[in-house]
Design a protein around this ligand. Structure first.
Ligand SMILES: *[C@@H]1O[C@H](CO)[C@@H](O)[C@H](O)[C@H]1NC(C)=O
Ligand SMILES: *[C@@H]1O[C@H](CO)[C@@H](O)[C@H](O)[C@H]1NC(C)=O
Ligand SMILES: *[C@@H]1O[C@H](CO)[C@@H](O)[C@H](O)[C@H]1NC(C)=O
Length: 483
């Protein structure tokens, strides 16, 4: 409270405290002993801090209006039977709404538009995911000695190394800390302010937004994506989708650590994967002193992608296209001594995008069915998977085609491979880097066959992801026996 105003108020035998819309800042006043108090109206101010727990002991409280402030912390367990009006909406409250008889009476509009409030009548609170099959990643900070200058996403820009996260809500008020929801207790908790204070660098600019790496004061490094094109999305829809995705755990998916919704911008905080993308691994430094990517590494990467995809398809059966954005720049690489592992990222954005027009920005925008305006299914992901397979086999960059109104256009890469293979089933298509060694040519050609089935123009003719995974695992087994 503004000091001059309220010091004196406290000592009056009050029934009402009316301070609506007064630009009052500071914490809520201590109202202990004001046993006659019936109505407290502090809405539309700039109050900070938490709701004092003593308020639950005001025996005659009938009306409490605290909406449109900057209050944080949890809601105390109000349970005065006298309470008939209660509004804490538009604050930064968090945690579970206490399950008391009285608080249960009020509807969503008493609670909504808070940073991270959950429980009846709002969204259920995030359940921590079951223990992952593999140990969760330790905070990756230690693994990253020198941050990479800048990683090429498909259309990345060199701007902005080592700066703060750009953010419209930067916090002038140090007391106003916005908590972020966390899916995994093993990850050290940070809040929005920590994130904004972190030194950030641009990892890539994609068609949906920019991704930064953020070095937190705790030493942890996370990847933060600011997402555009989702402004027609309600907070509820966004949160629902994030809760769904955040609970998914698989070693071949980049985990979502947290997220933040505001009207103007949405942030998704991802696990940071240190070794760049498959796109870079395949296509960068082709001339200068490059270590060739051998067949075993390629097969391992492909198998990981197939595993991640099969998991996504199994976990999100009702999603039209579960990944929808599979391309080599969205496959992140994690190197572990000699071996390469991959993790899928930027997945499951399709339900967040408002229109078909905006979905064109996703990798499925290049599938024949999208270009022809036909129905999209899981098979659009299978198509994108086929293109990645071809890219890994041939070492060529798939031609990016503009899907808008171009019925004829298909990915040149699959056309080209189809042509070569049809004319003369041969090793000509293989990347020169693997052509040189004789190992694995047969398996590579078997993979090519799978890739061509996956990129069939007719979605129904493409195999399912689970079938693709089964066949790739079989090839992998043969490969290991031959070693
Ligand atoms: C509020 O005021 C009461 C009585 O004046 C006092 O006992 C209590 O400690 C105060 N609470 C806080 C949090 O300052
Ligand atoms: C709570 O306050 C918000 C913001 O002023 C308003 O939109 C909403 O209707 C109120 N709800 C109730 C139950 O008073
Ligand atoms: C998502 O896509 C962008 C642009 O392609 C890329 O820079 C970024 O590394 C990807 N991964 C994450 C976690 O956002």
């Amino acid at each position: 409270m503004a000091q001059n105003c309220c010091k004196s108020c406290f000592f009056l035998p009050l029934f009402f405290l009316l301070f609506r819309n007064n630009s009052i800042n500071g914490p809520l006043p201590n109202l202990s002993n004001l046993v006659h108090l019936e109505s407290v109206f502090f809405s539309y101010n700039r109050l900070t801090g938490s709701i004092p727990s003593e308020y639950i002991e005001l025996p005659n409280l009938k009306q409490l209006e605290l909406q449109q402030n900057y209050l944080d912390g949890e809601i105390p367990p109000f349970n005065q039977p006298t309470l008939t009006l209660f509004n804490v909406s538009y604050n930064h409250l968090q945690g579970t709404i206490p399950d008391t008889d009285v608080l249960r009476r009020f509807s969503e509009s008493s609670y909504d538009h808070n940073s991270n409030l959950c429980g009846i009548p709002l969204e259920p609170c995030p359940v921590l995911p079951p223990a992952p099959l593999v140990p969760p990643p330790s905070p990756p900070a230690q693994e990253v000695e020198t941050p990479k200058e800048q990683q090429a996403g498909d259309d990345s820009s060199p701007e902005g190394t080592d700066k703060k996260m750009p953010h419209s809500q930067s916090t002038e008020d140090p007391e106003r800390r916005i908590e972020l929801p966390f899916f995994d207790k093993n990850i050290p908790v940070f809040d929005l302010d920590d994130l904004l204070r972190a030194s950030a660098e641009v990892l890539g600019k994609g068609k949906l937004g920019t991704t930064y790496s953020a070095n937190l004061e705790s030493g942890a490094v996370v990847a933060v994506k600011t997402v555009k094109y989702m402004n027609s999305l309600s907070k509820k829809e966004f949160i629902q989708q994030m809760l769904l995705l955040g609970r998914m755990r698989h070693e071949n998916l980049v985990h979502i650590i947290s997220f933040h919704y505001s009207k103007q911008e949405k942030l998704i905080v991802y696990e940071f994967v240190p070794d760049g993308s498959l796109f870079e691994l395949l296509h960068e430094n082709r001339e200068a002193g490059r270590v060739p990517l051998n067949w075993a590494a390629r097969l391992s990467i492909i198998k990981d992608i197939a595993k991640g995809m099969a998991f996504l398809h199994q976990s999100l059966p009702s999603h039209k296209v579960p990944h929808a954005n599979l391309k080599s720049s969205n496959v992140l690489i994690h190197r572990d001594r000699q071996s390469y592992h991959s993790k899928l990222t930027n997945y499951s954005f399709l339900p967040l995008l408002p229109s078909r027009k905006s979905s064109e920005r996703l990798a499925i925008g290049r599938s024949p069915e999208f270009c022809q305006g036909k129905k999209l299914t899981h098979k659009a992901d299978v198509y994108c998977f086929g293109i990645i397979l071809l890219e890994v086999i041939t070492g060529k960059v798939p031609e990016e085609t503009s899907p808008a109104g171009n019925e004829e256009k298909v990915d040149d890469l699959s056309e080209w491979v189809r042509m070569v293979v049809n004319n003369d089933w041969s090793t000509d298509i293989l990347d020169v880097e693997i052509l040189a060694s004789s190992a694995g040519h047969d398996e590579m050609l078997k993979l090519t066959e799978i890739a061509l089935q996956c990129t069939d123009m007719e979605p129904e003719k493409r195999p399912k992801m689970s079938e693709v995974l089964r066949r790739i695992e079989e090839i992998d087994r043969t490969n290991q026996e031959n070693d």
